[in-house]
Design a protein around this ligand. Sequence first.
Ligand SMILES: [Zn+2]
Length: 123
Amino acid sequence: MNTLPLRACLSCGKAIQGRIDKKFCDDYCRNAFNNQRTASNSKVIRNINNALKKNRNILAALLGDRDDTIKTTKQKLIEEGFQFKYLTHTYTNKKGNIYGYCYDHGYLKLDNDWFLIVRQKSV
Ligand SMILES: [Zn+2]
């Protein structure tokens, strides 16, 4: 006689009795698993949102109120905690230069690790 493969509950890890397609011991384990997954998804999103806002605030602080553009260095951005992997969108100008944006502030990589910081014109 064939024995069913042993399956473990995705929530608590205990062996599951019953139907072959069952993934959880019971509703309690199903809910616990789904709540955990929702919480960890929310955490990922929150962390990325925070990184984007931080990037935006770093660009805004470097730019200040007076200027529309300013030059800074990659080193300076990294020192401030800027994370280049997080951006909301890009903008390509007529010359083909690609600006990376964090919300309403952006940057363009120049030669020799210099960066141009810009503020988006009113949207
Ligand atoms: Zn379980």
